[in-house]
Design a protein around this ligand. Structure first.
Ligand SMILES: [Zn+2]
Length: 137
């Protein structure tokens, strides 16, 4: 089955390119959360960040500040979020790893307002469970 981001990286599908090099491209998101919303995409196909070799992850995230600076200058945004979704449950639409750079504007609403309040007990128990898997992950 075809992959939209492989097609864009290979020049077989149009996109609004803002950057490219030998191993990455960056494009404007066709369905932006806010103006300037961009995607940084490795040319190599992997579905999720946990499938990418460490050097690839490092290389991918190295591009993010440079691109974010350019986006901030071009849009006049007041801040930005970096997002990286993995799996349908996490809102990953295209199954080819990518990093979202989402500019934020003081004058526009912030969709990150709804948060849960966890108890110390819940957090202590969960932190303990996660720590057990960190070294073996
Ligand atoms: Zn792909």
């Amino acid at each position: 089955m075809g992959c939209l981001f492989c097609d864009i990286a290979g020049g077989r599908h149009d996109a609004h390119l803002i950057y490219e090099d030998d191993s990455h491209i960056a494009i404007l998101d066709k369905y932006p959360i806010q103006p300037g919303h961009s995607l940084v995409i490795p040319r190599e196909h992997h579905e999720k960040i946990i499938d990418v070799p460490e050097e690839g992850v490092s290389s991918l995230f190295t591009k993010v500040p440079m691109l974010a600076r350019a986006i901030l200058k071009a849009t006049g945004a007041d801040g930005f979020n970096i997002g990286q979704n993995n799996g349908k449950a996490a809102n990953q639409i295209i199954p080819h790893v990518h990093v979202h750079i989402i500019p934020r504007y003081e004058k526009l609403s912030n969709p990150w307002k709804r948060r849960m309040i966890a108890t110390d007990e819940e957090l202590r128990e969960l932190a303990g469970r996660i720590r057990k898997f960190v070294s073996s992950a």
